[in-house]
Ligand binder design. Structure first.
Ligand SMILES: [Zn+2]
Ligand SMILES: [Zn+2]
Length: 233
């Protein structure tokens, strides 16, 4: 037992079983979601947005590992405040490792072999300071182990947004997010392909707003990777 285990005793984030971050039982219960179009939610090759669906918005494709169900909600929620990086590694060593590795191997194909930058969805500086880290940064660092690409740091979140859950209607949610992101260095964005990274997508409003800001600034393509996807409404 290393010092880190002494300071942070391990127990399964799903069920509390001691000694691991994810036990075999919980790993076996993780449900992989199919590769679907971000807009119409029908199956699509690698998660690419169908051609006719591209008129609906700025996201060119989406890869997500799991459904955002009770188990993944618990794991991701707990992991935020613990050894998130180690939890991500356990996804790759557990029962679903073949599928996780296969999905990560397909990220490059999703973007037609072309990813210039990872862009972890930025938190507002105030929130970042409160939490001490951005979970999207940790996920992007983990992805770099499979597909080495630089992180893009030229976007900031300029407006603290109210929690999406408190926004009653879709219109209110959108208003809440409008101009939430600012591109600091526009020249660096032009013609580039981005892989936006976040832990979970539920309504999709935040990543849509970020992708829109990138496209307006001249980005060629914007793809999305998330650990889990909830139901969009
Ligand atoms: Zn468990
Ligand atoms: Zn579609």
């Amino acid at each position: 037992m290393g010092w880190i285990d002494f300071l942070f005793p391990r127990f399964c984030l799903g069920c509390g079983w001691p000694g691991v971050y994810l036990c075999d039982k919980c790993l076996g219960r993780l449900r992989f979601c199919p590769e679907i179009c971000f807009y119409c939610a029908r199956r699509s090759w690698l998660g690419k947005t169908h051609h006719p669906c591209l008129v609906d918005g700025p996201i060119d494709g989406w890869s997500s590992l799991f459904y955002y169900d009770r188990l993944t909600k618990k794991i991701i929620g707990e992991a935020k405040y613990r050894q998130f990086y180690r939890v991500l590694h356990e996804f790759c060593f557990g029962l679903g490792r073949c599928e996780v590795l296969r999905r990560l191997g397909r990220l490059k194909d999703l973007a037609d072999g072309q990813v210039d930058y990872y862009l972890p969805v930025p938190l507002h500086p105030q929130k970042h300071q409160e939490r001490g880290f951005n979970q999207a940064d940790i996920i992007a660092a983990w992805l770099q182990g499979f597909l080495p690409r630089p992180l893009f740091a030229g976007v900031e979140r300029v407006r603290p947004t109210l929690p999406q859950a408190q926004q009653k209607t879709i219109v209110k949610r959108r208003q809440n997010l409008r101009r939430a992101f600012r591109i600091i260095n526009r020249a660096a964005v032009v013609g580039k392909t981005f892989l936006v990274v976040d832990d979970v997508v539920t309504s999709g409003a935040t990543v849509t707003e970020l992708a829109r800001a990138l496209k307006i600034a001249g980005a060629a393509r914007v793809y999305l990777f998330t650990l889990a996807r909830g139901r969009r409404n």
